[in-house]
Design a protein around this ligand. Structure first.
Ligand code: PRP
Length: 209
């Protein structure tokens, strides 16, 4: 049996990922959520979990340093890596949307778009044939239209609360997002038995056992 290494995104998806693994019968210690340790062995299984910044999960999986990864579809779209996306894990549901100030809607000829997702944003507007200037920010994206840095944002919207509390509105919904299971292309062949077992167990847990 080959050991399987799983790259798990740290942050808001981690606790639900741990919960899903436990439901799938893979006994990941919940201690992992409150520890500064980055590598965890799963008891009684040939599985190792590494905790990785979300944006780095697809990199670990593409290079085969991790066989599997758990990360949001937003990051998968932004990173655009060579890997398999095999399962929608059903949590971390949100969407990509364009948003901005209400009065600016429909009057945008030359847009400045602020985002944490510059590559996805570039491809999105290119596919629509719309010229835009993209401003990459690292957080608090909603500030951009409020301060005049940009007129539009492309960001994730979950509850819509951040937009609402800052007086912004959605111009356009772009894509539904959620946490996904991704697999290295070579591992899928070389560790097929082990990986299929994990995928099946997680799939069953996602569908309610
Ligand atoms: C994300 C996103 C929005 C917010 C959306 O930011 O960039 O600001 O969550 O969630 P809501 O629709 O439920 O309000 P995050 O919390 O990751 O913080 P950041 O501003 O530091 O990126």
């Amino acid at each position: 049996m080959n050991e399987i290494r799983i790259a798990m995104a740290k942050g808001r998806l981690a606790s639900q990922a741990v919960k899903l693994f436990i439901e799938a019968g893979i006994n990941i210690s919940e201690k992992l959520l409150n520890s500064r340790k980055l590598i965890f062995k799963v008891l009684d299984e040939n599985i190792e979990i590494i905790l990785v910044k979300p944006a780095d999960v697809p990199i670990y999986v593409e290079y085969g340093t991790a066989d599997l990864g758990i990360v949001g579809k937003d990051t998968i779209l932004e990173e655009n890596r060579d890997l398999y996306e095999v399962l929608d894990l059903g949590f971390g549901k949100c969407r990509f949307a364009l948003a901005g100030l209400p009065q600016q809607k429909k009057s945008l000829l030359q847009r400045k778009v602020a985002t944490k997702y510059p590559d996805f944003t570039r491809r999105y507007f290119k596919s629509k044939g719309e010229p835009v200037e993209i401003i990459k920010l690292n957080g608090s994206i909603e500030l951009a239209p409020l301060t005049g840095l940009a007129d539009t944002i492309l960001d994730i919207v979950q509850t819509g609360r951040t937009l609402k509390e800052n007086g912004l509105v959605v111009y356009e919904e772009i894509k539904d997002l959620s946490a996904r299971l991704i697999v290295n292309k070579v591992s899928m062949k070389t560790s097929q038995t082990e990986i299929s077992k994990i995928i099946k167990a997680l799939e069953k847990a996602v569908n309610g056992g």
